[in-house]
Write a new protein. Structure first.
Length: 336
């Protein structure tokens, strides 16, 4: 055999050329590496506890769906017989499975229950879903209603239709998404609320003789160019919680954040629990309503302090809004 023939045979044995195993590795390995690299950036930020910069916070909201490109990448590695890549993909799957687990406290509160009430939170999208919200309120009879993006016509409709049943209110007026309202069957004492781009009123409710702090949440969404504002306004909400950590508190609204965002987890770590998580619905998506419950993120929450138990979280689909409405039953316990 001459030198040229031997070289040709060697290339054939190593799979070089378009028809060999090397071609197959290139076909499967390169797209797998690209998929794994993209997923690794998001998973890495989740692991180290940072929301980083665009597009990381936007993609973190849909972290469970990163299982799809990871599984696709694993398929490519098997086709290419790229075993190092297969290990990479398996590690990513393991990390994703770990992070998808519920986050936060689940322990039962101390002491006997002293009051029970129902909470509803709804983003009515520039007021357009207000008629549907009024119907839902009359049907489910919550004791506290947190309404986001309640502009002037929304506020007027709520006053006209619900004041008889909800004589107590705290509101920040505004057009478009800036307006927000807390409606209550219980007497309210106003607080300063939280300053932000969008309205976030606060109050202290007298719940059967027990003071409960209320705070509506509606920080700016983490759209490109506004991630810093979103983080800052979530920090302000956390400051409200830590200012009096022993007082019973309900913090509800559109947080524009899920448990996969570091800024939101820091808020939970301040002493709050997600009522949907306590009720067994920690991953039920609330936005965007057009694709829920198949695809979406849970960014609308009712957060409660350690004195509360939560039960029966329900997610309602109202017309003319991109958010689902959350309703949950709470029980306030007296600590020992």
């Amino acid at each position: 055999m001459n030198t040229a023939t031997a070289g040709t045979a060697e290339r054939a044995d190593t799979g070089e050329g378009t028809g060999g195993r090397g071609g197959g590795r290139r076909f499967g390995g390169r797209p797998a590496a690209l998929l794994f690299a993209g997923v690794s950036v998001i998973v890495g930020c989740r692991a180290v506890g940072t929301d980083a910069v665009t597009p990381v916070p936007q993609l973190l909201a849909f972290l469970p769906w990163l299982l799809v490109p990871t599984a696709l990448g694993l398929l490519f590695t098997l086709l290419a017989r790229w075993w190092t890549g297969a290990v990479w993909g398996v590690v990513l799957l393991g990390l994703l499975a770990w992070f998808i687990e519920p986050y936060g406290r689940t322990g039962a509160p101390a002491g006997p229950p002293v009051a029970e009430f129902r909470v509803m939170t709804s983003n009515v999208e520039f007021g357009r879903a207000t008629p549907g919200l009024v119907d839902a309120v009359r049907r489910l009879e919550p004791d506290l209603v947190f309404v986001q993006e309640c502009e002037y016509t929304c506020d007027a409709l709520l006053r006209r239709e619900l004041t008889a049943d909800y004589p107590h209110r705290r509101a920040v007026g505004g057009g478009g998404p800036e307006g927000s309202v807390i409606l209550s069957r219980f007497p309210l004492r106003g607080t300063e609320g939280v300053p932000g781009t969008l309205g976030m009123p606060g109050a202290v409710a007298d719940v059967d003789g027990h003071p409960v702090r209320l705070q509506l949440a509606h920080p700016m969404p983490p759209v490109p160019g506004q991630v810093g504002v979103w983080e800052r306004e979530l920090r302000r909400l956390r400051d409200v919680v830590t200012a009096d950590p022993t007082a019973p508190m309900v913090l509800a609204g559109d947080f524009n954040a899920s448990q996969d965002h570091a800024a939101f987890r820091r808020l939970l770590d301040s002493g709050l629990s997600d009522a949907a998580r306590l009720g067994g619905a920690h991953r039920t998506p609330t936005w965007p309503a057009v694709t829920t419950p198949v695809l979406g993120a849970q960014i609308d929450h009712v957060l409660v302090s350690r004195q509360f138990a939560a039960d029966r979280p329900r997610f309602l689909d109202l017309a003319d809004t991109d958010h689902r409405t959350l309703v949950v039953d709470l029980a306030l316990h007296r600590g020992d």
